[in-house]
Design a protein around this ligand. Structure first.
Ligand code: ADE
Length: 231
């Protein structure tokens, strides 16, 4: 999959992309991430990418011209059309289902903004879908774009090793994870549950399922309600 990112801060992406699974995914060419600096496309003398909002109010708004020109430069680099996503707290809420949907695409074009937001004509003109990673406001869209790249990449075939592999799209995916333990079997007086040491795989599976359900009921009852609504 190809990710194009339009941003004022391409350097912010360097570290997350240079380690672990995202690094390997690029090396194996499961993904390609192309970063474009919107400021490189600003045509005015001061390379201005933002301006005061019409009608007054606080903050600055991202101007159309640098974003449109950057976008047109990016689009023509690959024949695949791509889905255009604009990072915004006003967007559709990003979740695992959305990540799965995006993992079916061949190309994603992610636009990360700064300041108070984008000139509305950017969303309209680029036919961009707005995506929010949660109901809070970040200082810019870069972290949101990274969250999308990370969560979509791990869903692509061959990206996770067998041991880390994705579970089937099943009921259990909608629940919280069961608790995990590793050696030693006792630490500071805290023991690993006997069932996990029993070697009885049937019992272990049942215990894990039960734990997942109980944790979900206790910590995220909303997940169960959503599940019931979908049925
Ligand atoms: N930009 C600022 N806040 C954001 C959020 N919550 N999601 C996506 N982009 C954002």
């Amino acid at each position: 999959m190809r990710f194009d990112v339009l941003t004022l801060f391409p350097e912010m992406f360097e570290s997350p992309l240079s380690h672990s699974i995202l690094r390997r995914a690029q090396e194996s060419e499961a993904i390609k991430v192309v970063l474009s600096n919107i400021r490189d496309f600003a045509t005015d003398t001061y390379s201005k990418v933002d301006d005061k909002p019409y009608g007054g109010g606080p903050g600055m708004v991202m101007k159309c011209q640098p974003v449109f020109d950057c976008y047109h430069n990016v689009v023509k680099q690959d024949a695949t059309k791509g889905r255009v996503l604009m990072m915004s707290p006003q967007g559709r809420r990003f979740d695992q289902k959305f990540a799965r949907e995006l993992s079916k695409e061949k190309r994603l074009i992610l636009i990360a903004g700064r300041y108070e937001g984008f000139d509305e004509r950017i969303r309209i003109g680029l036919e961009a879908e707005q995506v929010s990673i949660g109901d809070y406001v970040l200082t810019g869209g870069e972290l949101a774009a990274m969250v999308i790249i990370d969560s979509v990449t791990r869903l692509l075939d061959g990206v996770l090793g067998d041991a880390e592999s994705n579970k089937d799209e099943s009921f259990s995916e909608a629940l919280l994870e069961y608790p995990q333990y590793t050696r030693p079997d006792e630490y500071c007086g805290m023991r690993v549950p006997d069932v996990l040491l029993s070697g009885d795989h049937g019992k272990i599976a049942e215990w894990r399922r039960q734990q997942s359900l109980e944790r979900t009921k206790k910590w995220r009852p909303d997940l169960l309600e959503n599940l019931e609504k979908q049925d």
